[in-house]
Design a protein. Sequence first.
Length: 149
Amino acid sequence: MTALLLHPRITLAARFILGAVFIAAALPKLADPPGFMRALWNYLLFPGWALGPMALVVPWLELLCGLALIAGLWPRAAAGWLGLMLLAFVAALSINLARRHPVDCGCFGSHPGPPRSEPERLAALRWDILRDLGLLLLAAQILAATRKP
């Protein structure tokens, strides 16, 4: 089982999927830093002075790590950074779920959609957490396959 999980093709697929997801997540945020800053503010977790720098740095880090994974450059470092960000995202989403404070995660930019009820928004938050946990598994796959013997 372990040999299958560490198979180079599985790791390559994990690199491409994780890289593509983070590139897709970074581009709308890079195009609209104020929108991403508003999404961060909605979490009610960060001090006001940190929102601007976070809105500028996080999307660039996502983009660079995503590109590095796809290009095969420093895959361990890129997967490590993305894994740390995913842990932070899961924690932030989970805190807001526990508070019953449904937030639009801002993961792929801010998209004002049709109004939804609180139960629908909480369910969407749960799906966001599950998605991020799945992506965290991809990062773990890359880290396990690229560890030094």
